[in-house]
Design a binder for this molecule. Structure first.
Ligand SMILES: Cc1cc2nc3c(=O)[nH]c(=O)nc-3n(C[C@H](O)[C@H](O)[C@H](O)COP(=O)(O)OP(=O)(O)OC[C@H]3O[C@@H](n4cnc5c(N)ncnc54)[C@H](O)[C@@H]3O)c2cc1C
Ligand code: FES
Ligand code: FES
Length: 479
């Protein structure tokens, strides 16, 4: 198709590599994991789970950051489609050592006895390598966070963490820094390539503008939009017919703030949203710290999460309680809808087939606002929520609540507000008596399902206890 290319180019092993999808060897629905495993010299990458849960397949993507440097991010190659490599540097475990010596992270793994069977080790080395490039003397929290997405069943995590702390002390300097200027030049050579547009059993397009994406959707009406593909890649295991990848559209990656609103482009990754909200909206950044793993957060997007409409989305409860709105674009124009209205039913939204979710607007609130969030899961990290919550109280005169929003995930088929409890809280003081009465109303307000994660009765208790936790942790820390 005009303006698109059936070839992709990316940097691997210090040179530009081209894959031509017209030669029939590879499908655009092939994952980078399976692509690498098909090459003779990149089989260090391993498949454990195939669905983003173990980290054995971790690779690092280098991308131009401005005009003369590269940003390095660890990602799960089992959730990455091959054409998504266009314009990037792919770094695998085979690339990490220098010509004559191990990389500092490999040396530290060796010295700290941080590997036994070794199956998980290549993935761990890649996550640690990304940590090395991004953090000088990381805190234990940052090191643990970087390794959360990597399971290891033999070594025990302490030696691995010790290796990370030992290695990351050199301002990220290594043989990649020495060759960075050359790699930047290679990436610049492929920056202006036509975007991938590959037609076949699976057709894949990565338009560079919203207009082009809407044109493609008009032409291929049953095409599926993807961005990070962390939800879609394993749901569509096999050969989806048409994929329109929105990740090449810079208009979807903007962030802005004025006196009234914070605006987040739908294509911002969860990790980018976490960073943007750290100062402005701690209730959001806090829950995003326990969203998946860093590899997932580096790919998963805000828009993808909202459009998935999952009942255990970690993003939706805080967006409900912040009274956020979504912005939708089609050829007919723009429209805006409250996130709460946008979610229709179990995994269903009110998006029209010809629309793209372009961004999310969150109203800036005054100092009389209390926002809070929490997630309960069977495991703290890399687990989906059993119950999660986003609360917001607006305080009026005489310290009485003028508005309360209590939104929960995991209690119903969609994220849901506890309207009865909210109504009870209006015009009350947020003291222990009120909170205890409210938590009893809350206990009876939902009829949650039982599933493998938890039974119905436990979910009710969790909901009630989350309100008590908010009181103890935030509203009355001296409790
Ligand atoms: C291992 C693992 C752990 C996870 N952990 C968590 C977790 O802790 N908490 C949590 O909430 N979720 C979690 N998820 C779910 C997933 O990562 C998120 O829902 C993610 O935010 C989806 O974003 P994406 O860009 O990958 O979406 P994609 O997979 O690309 O798309 C998801 C859906 O959104 C649609 N879509 C995407 N962008 C747009 C757009 N701009 N306009 C219109 N439609 C669009 C797609 O058509 C598709 O239907 C996890 C997933 C995995 C695999
Ligand atoms: S193979 Fe387990 S995360 Fe990719
Ligand atoms: S060393 Fe065996 S699973 Fe990690």
């Amino acid at each position: 198709m005009t303006g698109y290319s059936h070839k992709i180019r990316f940097v691997l092993d210090g040179k530009i590599l081209e894959v031509d999808f017209n030669d029939g060897r590879y499908s655009p629905a092939l994952t980078v994991l399976n692509y690498l495993r098909s090459l003779p010299n990149h089989r260090g990458v391993k498949e454990g789970c195939g669905v983003g849960d173990c980290g054995a397949c971790t690779v690092v993507l280098g991308e131009l950051a401005g005009d003369d440097s590269i940003s390095y991010k660890a990602v799960n190659s089992c959730l990455l489609y091959l054409p998504m490599l266009q314009g990037k540097q792919l770094i695998t475990v085979e690339n990490v050592a220098g010509e004559h010596e191990l990389h500092p992270v490999q040396q530290a793994m060796l010295e700290e006895n941080a590997s036994q069977c070794g199956y998980c080790t290549p993935g761990i080395v890649m996550s640690m390598f990304a940590l090395y490039k991004n953090h000088h003397q990381p805190s234990l929290k940052a090191a643990s966070d970087a390794l959360t997405g990597n399971l290891c069943r033999c070594t025990g995590y302490q030696p691995i963490l010790d290796a990370a702390m030992k290695a990351c002390t050199n301002n990220g300097i290594d043989h990649f820094s020495a060759s960075e200027a050359d790699t930047v030049q290679l990436l610049k050579q492929i920056r202006s390539d036509d975007p991938p547009g590959i037609e076949g059993v699976t057709s894949y397009f990565r338009p560079s503008s919203l207009e082009a994406a809407l044109d493609l959707k008009t032409r291929f009406q049953n095409a599926i939009f993807i961005d990070g593909a962390t939800d879609i890649a394993f749901q569509l295991a096999g050969q989806p017919e048409y994929l329109i990848d929105l990740s090449g559209i810079s208009d979807l990656k903007t962030f802005s703030k004025d006196e009234q609103y914070l605006y987040f482009g739908a294509g911002l990754t969860i990790e980018e949203v976490r960073a943007h909200t750290e100062d402005h909206l701690p209730a959001i950044s806090k829950i995003l710290e326990v969203f998946g793993s860093l590899q997932i957060r580096n790919r998963a997007t805000l828009g993808g999460n909202i459009c998935s409409a999952s009942p255990i989305s970690d993003v939706l409860p805080v967006l409900f309680s912040s009274e956020a709105t979504v912005e939708l674009l089609s050829k007919k124009g723009k429209r805006e809808l409250a996130v709460e209205k946008f979610i229709k039913s179990y995994r269903e939204t009110r998006i029209n087939p010809d629309e793209i979710l372009t961004g999310v607007r969150i109203p800036v609130r005054g100092e009389n606002t209390i926002s809070w969030s929490s997630k309960v899961s069977n495991r703290q990290d890399l687990d989906i929520a059993t119950v999660n919550a986003g609360f917001r109280f607006i305080m009026g005169q005489d310290e009485l609540v003028s508005q309360a929003i209590l939104a929960f995930g995991g209690l119903a088929a969609t994220t849901k507000r506890a309207i009865k409890t909210e109504n009870f809280l209006v015009n009350k003081k947020l003291d222990e008596k009120t909170i205890r009465q409210a938590s009893e109303i809350l206990y009876h307000e939902f009829e949650p399902i039982s599933d493998v994660r938890s039974d119905s009765a436990s979910r009710r208790i969790l909901a009630r206890n989350l309100l008590l936790k908010c009181y103890i942790e935030y509203l009355n820390p001296n409790f």
